[in-house]
Design a protein. Structure first.
Length: 217
């Protein structure tokens, strides 16, 4: 990923924070027919000695050939897309002065790399689905729990999935937030995005830009 120095994000807690906030990752690998991608909700775990940048965990259907590819390649890559939005030149001071501005697109992304491991263990899988459920049900008025379903039903479903784990050996982040522009332009972008009628992504990007306004580098 081409990443100019002004857009490079290297703080591990910030990178993990984007993954946690936007857990649906695109796992890219070489398959029998070339490059292929699987879109999976992941959890990110803390670093260990053999995973200095953390560990990604998820599960797939047993019928999915992805887990059988474990150990066949040196590494795979998982892409996480954070807030993103179109940036109009109307928010730039130079647009008013000379008109010499053009649109762009700003965004925050993480690319995480590591070897793919398959974990076919019922206890491990149960722990994973319980954690994922607790994480994503937290905002519900009455959170659903795995234990709400009959135990034999859950046991049957666990037999139909396989866990995957990716100990991260490399992680890169690109926060393209207009850091190469003046503080006034950055503040103007943040303000403009906050007023956008699009719900969600544009306003989230505006908040991210506002939190990172700094002198152009």
């Amino acid at each position: 990923m081409y990443t100019p120095a002004s857009f490079r994000e290297e703080r591990l807690d910030v990178l993990h924070g984007l993954i946690d906030a936007h857990p649906l990752g695109a796992l890219v690998r070489h398959g029998a027919d070339g490059l292929c991608a699987d879109h999976l909700p992941f959890e990110i775990a803390a670093p260990t000695l053999d995973a200095p940048f953390g560990i990604l965990r998820a599960h797939v259907a047993r019928a999915n050939p992805l887990w059988r590819a474990a150990g066949e390649e040196d590494e795979c890559m998982v892409i996480f897309q954070g807030p993103h939005a179109y940036i109009t030149p109307a928010w730039y001071l130079e647009k008013q002065r000379s008109g010499k501005e053009v649109p762009t697109f700003n965004y925050a992304v993480v690319h995480a790399h590591g070897p793919l491991r398959a974990i076919d263990d019922a206890a491990w899988l149960l722990g994973l689905v319980e954690r994922l459920t607790a994480r994503h049900e937290a905002d519900q008025a009455t959170p659903w729990r795995v234990s709400d379903a009959p135990a034999d039903y859950i046991d049957k479903l666990l037999k139909a999935i396989v866990g995957i784990e990716i100990p991260l050996t490399r992680i890169t982040g690109k926060w393209k937030l207009g850091q190469n522009r003046s503080m006034q332009d950055q503040a103007s972008m943040a303000h403009g995005l906050a007023l956008e009628h699009q719900a969600g992504a544009a306003q989230a990007l505006g908040a991210l830009i506002a939190a990172n306004v700094k002198p152009a580098s």
